[in-house]
Design a protein. Structure first.
Length: 110
């Protein structure tokens, strides 16, 4: 995820941490739906309309509307190189074997 500057390993870690609670909520909802006979208490059409309505609500709430002027602040300035891998950053600024070079010092003082 570019916004959080995660590399692929961090993305997999955090995504898997969020998938477990989501799966648990899904299992709890399915269990309650079957256990308490919601299919007999709530008509199928109403359940489908409720599910589609929730989906549309979250879609509309998270859509990037053009009239909303504020956006998520990015960690990188616009039109500049964003380094998502430390290797690329080190190669660009001249960092070799963990030692600071003159070019690196100039870059960090900006």
């Amino acid at each position: 995820m570019t916004v959080f500057e995660w590399d692929s390993h961090e993305l997999i870690l955090y995504q898997s941490l969020f998938m477990a609670p989501m799966g648990l909520c899904s299992l709890i909802f399915s269990f309650c739906y079957i256990r308490f006979n919601f299919d007999k208490k709530i008509p199928v059409r109403i359940a489908l309309l409720l599910g589609l309505s929730l989906f549309m609500f979250f879609f509309i709430a998270t859509f990037p509307w053009p009239f909303i002027s504020s956006t998520i602040p990015y960690a990188h300035p616009k039109n500049e190189t964003a380094y998502f891998k430390r290797k690329l950053f080190r190669a660009e600024v001249g960092l070799v074997s963990g030692e600071f070079t003159g070019q690196m010092r100039k870059f960090l003082k900006k």
